[in-house]
Design a binder for this molecule. Structure first.
Ligand SMILES: NC(=O)c1ccc[n+]([C@@H]2O[C@H](COP(=O)([O-])OP(=O)(O)OC[C@H]3O[C@@H](n4cnc5c(N)ncnc54)[C@H](O)[C@@H]3O)[C@@H](O)[C@H]2O)c1
Length: 252
């Protein structure tokens, strides 16, 4: 029996690396999936190889209330009540000393990760079936501090607070809520971070991260997706309010 047979799932950041990897796995497990991301074009491209009869594409900015209401409504209209919300959209911001950190970039990053995950829950929960699952993509950055990474690290910590409040509030409905914490993943998002770091340190940004990871390598989007599937499915039926590290031991 597939793990997500006929379940309705929303994935934000669905045109991106981790969102799309999770979508593929969810679809393999029998789910219906709404992919939410900023651009129709990126969504169309991402969905090229997906079974379109079980996929809905919705262009939306997760940080906007009206967009959040709309992607939830469109999902429910097409597939029925929601079983799984994977709040995963993200941006990185920049790295700068505190006195130089741009206030507008700080705000933009909180808007996407924190307000975006808040609005997703606010508008999806009333349409969620009891027994559902919410997974929020935080990061290993939600567990540590690093100089200059003010917006991203603050946002990734804040998502844990949101998750814990939701986990307690929704437990009577048996809706489980967890955060997932990937370490550096071998994809464009991380490569971008590493390019900036490489320039700042005058060395290889990728090697710099690998040296911090006990397993000695970056993870893959598929490895993260398998952990998301675990939290999304009934395989994790007694797991709520937890922070699941998928980071090769980087946070030890
Ligand atoms: N790649 C890594 O190494 C890594 C590690 C830890 C955590 N993460 C987190 O994983 C999540 C997914 O990142 P990814 O690696 O797949 O990167 P990605 O850039 O491939 O995907 C992120 C997606 O989010 C979308 N997005 C950004 N702002 C949005 C908004 N306002 N509304 C809707 N969509 C928006 C982007 O368009 C993009 O498609 C992010 O939350 C990121 O912080 C990534």
């Amino acid at each position: 029996m597939p793990l997500l047979d006929n379940r309705t799932c929303i994935i934000t950041g669905g045109a991106g690396s981790l969102g799309l990897a999770a979508a593929k796995l969810f679809l393999d497990e029998g789910a219906n999936v709404a992919l939410v991301d900023l651009s129709v074009r990126a969504l169309e491209q991402a969905a090229e190889t997906l079974p379109r009869d079980r996929v809905l594409l919705v262009a939306a900015d997760v940080s906007r209330k009206l967009d959040a209401e709309a992607y939830v409504a469109k999902t429910v209209e097409r597939f029925g009540p929601i079983d799984i919300l994977f709040s995963n959209a993200g941006n990185f911001g920049t790295v700068a000393p505190i006195e130089d950190y741009p206030e507008d970039i700080f705000d933009q990053v909180q808007q996407v990760h924190v307000k975006g995950a808040f609005l997703a829950a606010k508008y999806a929960v009333p349409y969620m079936r009891d027994g559902g699952s919410i997974v929020i993509t935080s990061s290993v950055a939600g567990m540590r501090g690093d100089p200059g990474v003010y917006a991203y690290i603050t946002a990734k910590h804040a998502q844990i607070g949101l998750m814990r409040c939701l986990a307690k509030e929704l437990a009577p409905r048996k809706i489980r809520v967890n955060t997932i914490h990937p370490g550096p993943i071998d994809n464009g998002f991380q490569l971008n971070v590493e390019k900036g770091l490489g320039e700042a340190i005058g060395g290889d940004g990728t090697a710099f991260f690998n040296a911090m990871i006990p397993l000695g390598r970056h993870g893959t989007a598929e490895e993260v997706a398998r952990s998301v599937l675990y939290l999304a499915s009934d395989q994790s039926s007694f797991v709520t309010g937890t922070t699941l590290m998928v980071d090769g031991g980087m946070s030890i």
